[in-house]
Design a protein around this ligand. Structure first.
Ligand SMILES: Cc1cc2nc3c(=O)[nH]c(=O)nc-3n(C[C@H](O)[C@H](O)[C@H](O)COP(=O)(O)OP(=O)(O)OC[C@H]3O[C@@H](n4cnc5c(N)ncnc54)[C@H](O)[C@@H]3O)c2cc1C
Length: 471
């Protein structure tokens, strides 16, 4: 039976009085899109429940009426995972925000899914702990979205992805069942580790409501070096030396190709902390316990690799503001949208040794198809994660699908992954088979069909599954 929209909205208004329901002209512009630059879509309504039970009730209402739902967090996602769907209800966690508990003895923090990442970082800092998850969108993204995407960011080389930081999870299944597993124990092998299904599945299997995060000791000191290198072979050797010589202190290993450096220093206008031009630029960061011990240790390691001929030049931080100045060069990619205009952004993954050959192949394939192509390469190379920003300077409207096809075909040729950290969402869905086998895709579809037989939770995102009988 077709949905009677008016009476469905009236039922929602009765169940969710006040600011929890936004419909019609009250739907804010911000909920019409995420950061994937897909065209705006006006949904049926936005529901903003403020308790886990209310999230469950919202899901039950939609499920019983056969109305699709899209979980929304801070809407900073770049793959279209939180982008609205025509006729769907957005379930936004933005009003279920706050830190419920900091437990110093177990070094855990229990948070609500609508809490901004930056709020969580600050609360940990004030309690003398450290939350290593960090990304450029820290002020706007919500922890529920970070969990939904299994976000990566700047310090994966030392602490791992979001998945590694989650000890317990509470979530709502597509039928409205609230499942609470707010485990605080580091070791818990009692049966299946169900929470893993809901981390990184981009809101297609359940809606996260609360999480127990693992906190780390606050670093006592941070040191960084910005290095110029002459060959990619030396970049790979430097990474191996850094892993060996700096051990667990190594907290970031970011590589920037000269095309990136040129855009950042010339178009964005960021001041280069290094003299001269180099074939590759590496930002290395360490987090130690005591400056008196770890500062000189870092300095002598940099001197050693310099004397071994791996570095052409290096600027070494003398203060935290130097560390920030070095990161400014890496974070300048946040300016690309305003400085370069519309472009395609990629977050691919590759074996570290293939990155440079991949960049060469990608650059020349793009140039062959579009003589005015600009592509720049940079990323968390210590994690095998390369970012690419590409555009055709001759095009008024960017040929997004042509650029995507060239980049992802090259990823497939090099045996990489089409997404290292941003997820699949809508944008990369056609390319998922480039990275996952037919058997893996079939298993994903079976899991989706088992948990969401009616296909109502974030339909069309990540993977399609056969729709079951809802009667
Ligand atoms: C400037 C900038 C820098 C960025 N840097 C990085 C980076 O370094 N590393 C990185 O990984 N990403 C990065 N991103 C991408 C983005 O910030 C992350 O993907 C982030 O984790 C998304 O969080 P969000 O709250 O904005 O989620 P949204 O965009 O709202 O949602 C993302 C996905 O999660 C789902 N979702 C949202 N809330 C929930 C929930 N409660 N339960 C289940 N599913 C949910 C949505 O349906 C969607 O599929 C960056 C983005 C920007 C704009």
């Amino acid at each position: 039976m077709p949905l009677d929209t008016a009476s469905f909205i009236a039922r929602l208004a009765e169940a969710f009085p006040g600011p929890a329901l936004l419909a019609g002209d009250d739907i804010p512009a911000r909920n019409l899109h995420d950061t994937s630059f897909l065209p705006d879509v006006t949904p049926l309504a936005v529901l903003r429940p403020d308790t886990p039970e209310a999230v469950a009730e919202a899901v039950r209402h939609c499920s019983e009426a056969g109305v699709p739902m899209v979980p929304q967090g801070g809407l900073t996602g770049l793959a279209g995972g939180a982008h609205p769907i025509d006729g769907a209800v957005m379930i936004s966690l933005e009003r279920f925000s706050g830190i419920e508990e900091i437990d110093p003895a177990s070094a855990t923090m229990t948070v609500r899914a609508g809490t901004p990442l930056e709020v969580i970082q600050k609360a940990a800092d004030e309690a003398g702990f450290f939350i290593p998850l960090d990304l450029g969108a820290r002020g706007s993204c919500l922890i529920g979205g970070n969990i939904g995407t299994n976000a990566g960011g700047n310090r994966v080389i030392r602490y791992g992805m979001t998945r590694e930081m989650i000890l317990g999870l509470e979530y709502v299944l597509p039928d409205g069942t609230l499942v609470s597993g707010l485990n605080k124990m580091l070791k818990n092998n009692a049966g299946y580790d169900l929470k893993q299904l809901f981390i990184g599945s981009e809101g297609t299997l359940g809606i996260v409501t609360r999480a127990v995060l693992r906190m780390h000791p606050k670093p006592g000191c941070v040191n960084a070096a910005l290095c110029g290198l002459g060959s990619y072979e030396d970049v790979v050797k430097l990474l191996a030396e850094a892993r060996r010589g700096l051990g667990p202190m190594l907290s970031a290993f970011e590589v920037m190709w000269p095309d990136y450096w040129q855009v950042v220093t010339e178009t964005v206008g960021t001041r280069s902390p290094l003299e001269g031009q180099h074939a590759y630029y590496v930002l290395l960061e360490t987090q130690g316990l005591e400056e008196e011990i770890d500062g000189p240790r870092f300095m002598s390691w940099v001197e050693k690799v310099y004397e071994a001929g791996l570095l052409e030049d290096a600027a070494i931080s003398q203060s935290l503001s130097d560390v920030q100045r070095f990161w400014d060069v890496r974070d300048a990619c946040g300016e690309f949208m305003t400085r370069l205009g519309p472009h395609c952004a990629f977050d691919i993954g590759l074996p570290v040794t293939s990155m440079d050959a991949f960049a060469d192949a990608c650059r020349s394939r793009l140039a062959a198809a579009m003589p005015q192509a600009l592509s720049v390469y940079y990323g968390h190379i210590g994690d095998g994660n390369l970012h690419i920003v590409a555009l055709d300077r001759a095009a008024a409207d960017q040929p997004m699908s042509q650029i995507s096809a060239i980049v992802y075909d090259t990823v497939r040729d090099f045996g990489g992954t089409v997404s290292a950290e941003h997820g699949i969402g809508l944008l990369k869905k056609p390319y998922l088979p480039y990275t996952r086998s037919a058997e893996e895709l079939a298993l994903m579809a079976r899991i989706k069909a088992a948990l969401d037989p009616a296909g109502l939770l974030n339909p069309g995102k990540v993977i399609d599954a056969p729709i079951g009988d809802r009667t």
